[in-house]
Design a protein around this ligand. Structure first.
Ligand code: IPE
Ligand code: IPE
Ligand code: MG
Length: 236
């Protein structure tokens, strides 16, 4: 394999769990469970074997609340279980975990586990993993606008001073560069409200594989393709 340049920040839309389960005659929750395992494998691989600095995983969108109550319930239970595992993983691997999205609609138990995960992994540094739960790109931009408005209201900022950088400082992933590469498995070719602000100049990689079948080889394939892209950022 030729030398790969790893993107600094990769966003992954973990899609296709339901179809994976359906193909096997299993309940959708079985697909989500397998999907969570794959996410963990990719995180560990990225930390051990790659130069990726930031990985953002889309786990639950603001629109996913429109799913049947029993699916939402099983997803929330899975997040709790998965976080216990992730907390243990961050003891063994140099991974920082951060959550993005609105926590106000999540259970107290889940929010506590999220905090614990962030606190325990906060001392690590090699790879930062953002997990998007109850996240939407529009929600994030609305949140940033509200924070900017508060600064104006408190006299810390003039309206005419508001520019892209002002909003940038309020974006959930503000400690990271924008997403260089966004990967979406499952065959769908859309963002579904993921990283709207951060994807202005992302490269996109769509793959027919269903997320529970996604492996490090699929990640390498996406990055190999990324290496062939010519990013111009509006220049020549
Ligand atoms: C992604 O898989 C997981 C979440 C959105 C929570 P899906 O559940 O969307 O799986 P498909 O798209 O129905 O196959
Ligand atoms: C996007 O997948 C959200 C997550 C992967 C968490 P969806 O399955 O919700 O997206 P749509 O509905 O196909 O656009
Ligand atoms: Mg889907």
């Amino acid at each position: 394999m030729s030398y790969l340049v790893w993107p600094e920040h990769i966003g992954i839309i973990m899609d296709g769990n339901g179809r994976w389960a359906k193909l096997r005659g299993l309940p959708r929750s079985a697909g989500h469970k397998e999907g969570a395992r794959v996410m963990e494998d990719i995180i560990v691989y990225a930390e051990k074997e790659t130069d990726i600095k930031f990985l953002t995983f889309y786990a639950f969108s603001t629109e996913n609340w429109s799913r049947p109550a029993d699916e939402i319930k099983s997803l929330m239970q899975l997040f709790e279980l998965h976080l216990d595992r992730l907390i243990a993983t961050t003891d063994k691997h140099d991974i920082v975990i951060k959550f993005i999205g609105d926590r106000s609609r999540l259970s107290d138990t889940l929010v506590e586990k999220m905090k614990k995960c962030e606190e325990k992994s906060g001392k690590n540094e090699k790879l930062t993993v953002y997990i998007a739960i109850n996240y939407g790109g529009r929600q994030e931009i609305a949140f940033a606008a509200r924070e900017v408005a508060k600064k104006v209201q408190h006299g810390e900022l003039l309206i005419d001073e508001i520019d892209e950088k002002t909003l940038e400082r309020e974006i959930f992933t503000k400690e990271s560069p924008h997403a260089d590469l966004i990967i979406r498995p499952s065959g769908e070719q859309r963002l579904s409200n993921f990283l709207l602000w951060q994807s202005a100049y992302s490269e996109f990689y769509f793959d027919g594989v269903l997320w529970p079948d996604f492996t490090k080889d699929d990640l390498i394939r996406a990055v190999t393709e990324f290496n062939k892209r010519n990013r111009r950022f509006g220049g020549i």
